[in-house]
Ligand binder design. Structure first.
Ligand code: NI
Length: 171
């Protein structure tokens, strides 16, 4: 198990559009495993590969609230339909530490993806899972949840993050 370093905004790598995976092989599975361990270590509920510097269309999610782990491994996800009905959640992100904002997204999405074994799956997702997978798929397209905010709010968050990082560097 390897704990990977999670990239924090502002960082140009987080704006990269990730590339599809050609085959779910052992190297992809190793990345999925390391991403999951890194996500648990950081106490997150979702993580996209680009957040650990790999520009591949890969993400992991685990919404289990107790100690029982229920990982969801997702490769090359595609949203094939989304509801007109919207839902609002207060979102956070391991790459945008200590900031949260209400973001509105489709309440239900149907997602096609490859699983840990490379088998194609189609799953209808609702509630927090729907929000979480849309947030993670955004990462694969170089979009952060703060990109859904007004330019003013976004630049305030980014300035605070930069300032916090500079303080960290000198202390
Ligand atoms: Ni995120």
């Amino acid at each position: 198990m390897t704990i990977l370093e999670i990239i924090e905004a502002p960082d140009a790598r987080l704006k990269v559009k990730s590339k599809p995976v050609e085959a779910v092989d052992d190297s992809v599975r190793r990345l999925l495993d390391d991403m999951l361990d890194s996500m648990y270590e950081a106490k997150g509920i979702g993580l996209a590969a680009i957040q650990v510097g790999a520009s591949k269309r890969i993400l992991v999610i685990d919404l289990a609230e107790n100690d029982e782990k229920k990982p969801l491994f997702v490769v090359n996800p595609e949203i094939i339909s989304s509801s007109d009905e919207l839902a609002v959640y207060s979102e956070g992100c391991l790459s945008v530490p200590e900031h949260y904002a209400d973001i509105e997204r489709p309440a239900t999405v149907k997602v096609r993806y490859l699983d840990y074994n490379g088998d194609q799956q189609e799953q209808t997702m609702t509630g927090l899972l729907a929000t979480c997978i849309q947030h993670e798929i955004d990462h694969l397209d170089g979009i952060l949840f703060i990109d859904h905010l007004s330019r003013l709010k976004r630049s305030m968050v980014l300035k605070k993050l930069e300032k916090a990082r500079k303080l960290e560097a000198v202390t």
